[in-house]
Design a protein around this ligand. Structure first.
Ligand code: TXA
Ligand code: MG
Length: 333
């Protein structure tokens, strides 16, 4: 069932489902999340079951902005180190997730049993309306992974979520997600910030706000294999995706000639195919605009049943890091 995110009755209905231990998919500015009451281990078990995700993979807990968010923070997390507080100040509400030390005895299932917890305060107005209403009715946070089956491309529209889970799931429609790729994740539980997943917010912005150098996850002595968003071969479309420069894509199309079929290309520069059956989409020159389209384009290609997706390698500049990361992982699938 798809609910209209603009309607207060729809939000009330969603809260009712959540309080009863059910699942509700909801829009955020990054991608759609599959939400459950983070304080109910039973409700959270429903997420793992629906996604087909191993139960030791930790989930992000979403909290409201303002005073309710502050309350939720102290409910779920131990006091934040100063650099993490600065990140909260600078980027919440927004597309930044912080991994912090968990309050013992709360949200153990959502945290996948770890002694840390991922917290995020999304800026999407519909997400905020939902989180506010939940907090008012005794649900201080929503555990919410991306609303896709394990390993698949994240959904950026309500219809994508329905395509993943069918009509039985309650989905709040808040339109197409503005950012389009998942939040930047910074691990703040190790004394100094570590970038676990790049996103729209860049390294430079995080370092400037935190006043600290940001390490890469490679510095971790035991890079946590349970951080599924950081696994290779995540975000995979059904088709085989290859990253190539535009020249190589053009050369490939030339070799295949008029017989080329079941191929899609996503390039910033124009390439020519001699076949009508090659699906072509243009990648915007702007990194944020490309992120916004990325998962929808991959889903469109899959829906067309292509076997091969050739994507022009994005520029090697900081603002493209999130898109490069998702495309790289998609190419490992
Ligand atoms: O933009 C987003 O972050 C979206 C929207 C819905 O908020 N959510 C999202 O959730 O991408 P998910 O579950 O698909 O990815 C969360 C990532 C996973 O890689 C997970 O392992 C990692 O965050 N994570 C969560 N809690 C963690 C923790 N305590 N320690 C290490 N990694 C954690
Ligand atoms: Mg995900």
């Amino acid at each position: 069932m798809i609910l209209d995110g603009q309607s207060p009755e729809a939000i009330a209905e969603a809260v009712r489902v959540l309080r009863a231990g059910g699942l509700v998919a909801f829009p955020t500015e990054t991608v759609y999340g599959l939400g459950a009451d983070a304080t109910s281990d039973m409700a959270v078990a429903g997420i793992f079951k629906a996604k087909g995700r191993p139960a030791d993979h930790p989930l992000i807990v979403h909290v409201a902005a303002g005073i309710k968010g502050t309350e939720a923070l102290s409910r779920f997390a131990q006091p934040l180190p100063p650099f993490a507080q600065k990140l909260v100040q600078a980027f919440w509400p927004g597309p930044l997730t912080l991994i912090v030390t968990r309050q013992p005895g709360v949200a153990a299932a959502a945290a996948g049993g770890q002694d840390t917890i991922g917290l995020r305060c999304p800026s999407h107005p519909v997400a905020q309306a939902l989180l506010e209403a939940c907090a008012e009715q005794g649900v201080p946070g929503l555990a919410g992974p991306s609303a896709n089956r394990f390993g698949r491309v994240s959904p950026t529209t309500a219809q994508h979520v329905r395509d993943e889970f069918g009509d039985a799931l309650t989905v709040i429609d808040g339109g197409a997600c503005e950012v389009g790729i998942e939040s930047t994740i910074v691990d703040c539980s190790r004394g100094a910030p570590v970038l676990l997943r790049p996103g729209l917010i860049t390294r430079a912005q995080i370092e400037a706000a935190a006043g600290e150098r940001l390490s890469n996850r490679e510095v971790l002595e035991t890079p946590d294999p349970r951080a599924s968003g950081t696994l290779e071969a995540h975000y995979a479309p059904n088709a085989k995706l290859r990253l190539m420069d535009a020249k190589a894509i053009q050369a490939g199309l030339d070799v295949l000639g008029p017989g080329a079929a079941h191929i899609a290309v996503w390039t910033r520069v124009e390439v020519r195919s001699h076949s009508q059956r090659v699906l072509q989409r243009r990648m915007p020159d702007d990194a944020a605009a490309s992120a916004h389209q990325l998962f929808a384009v991959l889903r469109e290609f899959d829906a067309e049943g292509v076997k091969l997706i050739w994507v022009e390698t994005p520029p090697d500049t900081p603002e493209w890091e999130g898109v490069r990361d998702r495309l790289h992982r998609a190419s490992m699938g």
